[in-house]
Design a protein around this ligand. Sequence first.
Ligand SMILES: [Zn+2]
Length: 486
Amino acid sequence: MYNSLFIYNTISRKKEEFKPINSPYVGMYVCGPTVYSDVHLGNCRTFISFDLIYRYLMHLGYKVRYVRNITDAGHLEGDGDSGEDKISKKAKLASLEPMEIVQTYTNGFHDMMKVFNVLPPSIEPTATGHIIEQIEMVKTILEKGLAYEVDGSVYFDVEKYNQEHNYGVLNGRKLEDLLNNTRDLGGQDQKRGKLDFALWIKAKPEHLMQWPSPWGMGFPGWHLECSAMSSKYLGDQFDIHGGGMDLAPTHHTNEIAQNVAACGKHPANYWIHTNMLTVNGQKMSKSLGNSFLPHELFTGDHTLLHKGYSPMVVKFFMLQAHYRSTLDFSNEALDASEKGFKRLMNAMALLDKLKVSENNEVDIKALEQKFEAAMNDDFNSPILIAELFDVVKTINSIYDGKANISETTLTELKSLLNEYVHNVLGLKDEFSETNEIEPLMEFLINIRKEAKEKKDYVTSDKIRIGLQDIGYQLKDSKEGTTWSKT
Ligand SMILES: [Zn+2]
């Protein structure tokens, strides 16, 4: 029915043929953001990667139920079982309700996903909306004897679980090695084992978000929500579970343990993990001062950037790397992607201007096979894009009268490119609009420059602020003034 798709499965560490449990239906769960701050670029890359996967599965004809959660409680600082809740902390600092923080950053996250033309998931459940399901899961794991309660908190017993199951299965790690690489418990710790983790955490009276439970007032451990919500919406066993690769060693490892403990089955057949971002070869991190937010990348308003790049250029740049490779940000690489993206969009626009002839030299079937071969090899978008650039060359030669295409083939080519460029890669043309306003912007930038030269700062500021109000940002540099959409 379908061509064979191969997916790299973290759990087996090899590419496996994709065989859904109940074809054509596919269940996919992806760990969503913790909504306590602006979504960062690494997260954007993860969700753009899973958007590509979602779109390609639909292209193949699968009916996908895509669940991506919102973490709005239980995620503590340092990703552990102690410390402040990330959302509560932000709420206290801003003197706001935790749910105001959640709403603000959920809206911001959704806006950013729209800017990147990322499709919304089928279901977007929240941790606070599934407290009952999480409590039920803790009860089940307690009944199975794989968790224990200490003074209002409940912990998962990793060593007991490992007697019958393989705790480190996702990353191919042995329990002894994991134990050797973990710090000893402090004298105050309630946990019995070094690797044990909280399923339910007793809340101090001042903790802002807490719920009644059989063990007293408390809140769920961070890993629990994904186990409870994936099984609720996709069943005890489903096809794909994904997230950033930093989640694999702990969050996903604990998720598997919780699901297996609760129902005896491994939750997902294919585990997909996306790689990280680097900047000029260094890991992107706030402490190194080399991390930027998406809007800083769009406006170019960051010391490491020499100009801004539009959202589709950034997305195209991300898709030019395979989702399992690290992706390095540099001005040179972004400039190259910008050129490439414009070349592709210009070729797409040329399709309507091509002259058809009796002769035909374009083999649509062969192209389609190449595109599918690229994507069927673990969603290899960089290879797909390289194939698309070959088509760009062909389109340009037809336009220059150096090659021929028939009317039927041209219609097929348009629909094939539309499918892969717009529906599979999720790219849209933002330059046709840009091209139209470019002369107008240059005109305004020149008036502002003249005003500044005459020291007429009232006029120059009026232009800058006025443009900012309607969504255009000007950036001055030694080379002159450039503009970008905000
Ligand atoms: Zn998760």
